[in-house]
Design a protein around this ligand. Sequence first.
Ligand code: SF4
Length: 326
Amino acid sequence: MPFSRFSADQLDHKIPVGISACLLGDNVRYNGGHSRSDYCDKDLSDYFDYQKFCPEVAAGFGTPRPTLRLEGDPNQPRMVFTKQTDKDVSATFMATSNAYLENLAHLDGYIVMKNSPSCGLERIKVYQENGHPHMQRSAGLFTKALLQRYPLLPIEEDGRLNDPALRENFLLRVFAHHDFRHTVGDTPSMKDLIAFHSRYKYLVMAHSQPTYRLLGRMLSGSDPRPVLALKDAYFETLMMTLSTPAKRKNHCNVLMHLVGYLKRSVDASVRNDILDVVEQYRRGEVNLATPMTLLHHYLKHYGSKYIKEQSYFAPYPTPLGIRNRV
Ligand code: SF4
């Protein structure tokens, strides 16, 4: 039996993820070029079924086109062409973007282009009347609307995916988002929710033990809310919790719990060897893949069905090698 559903080299289907079209090499930038991301277009495309979109082209601004920028109130910026700042094009831009946003409920993640007044996730300059940018930065107008419309959707910038911890966290959330929606679904039973919670025990614990207990209480039968309301509350709490990368200290606690499952089947000296490796990971001498590989080896032979189904072992496809870098 495989360790959790994402451990196989190939998924039986790809996961729907939105992306800024220029990141896949489409020549849609203001200068007629692209910003192709090798990681998105090559590595992740084995697992993601991309839905690409360029909001500036969709708005009819053409390619090539004059550059755009944001101006005014950083909480509610307007979009203008850099060399024609008296003409507010926000309404034109948002008309097509809003229509597009209506139909993205099937997505499990979104990758946006950095530094764009349309697609940037953060740190986008908002210019003032004096020509200087405001201290407060914004998201690009499309991504700001995306965040408002789908607040639990994992969204990340291509540049931030170069950071191993942020990359790990984004992929973890995309696969958890997908897993929940497909195994629990829109019309769940309590049994579906409890089965999901059971598989995600150690993954959630690695992010927050109090949240793991809170989620458990939601499903314990003492919460009077109907199952649909519980599902929504559970999903919101889950996605919020997973959005902060797990700390090394918490991973160590989980790893030690998992070593405990070998108590009856594996000699104490072997368990101590594994614990030594967990300590090496705690000190930052090895990456997470090292104790995980050791544990995987023993639990594959001696672990119960329950432990083998833990999403913690393969929260994203193993061939991506994510845990070799965190
Ligand atoms: S950053 Fe967004 S608006 Fe700009 S070219 Fe890429 S997809 Fe189009």
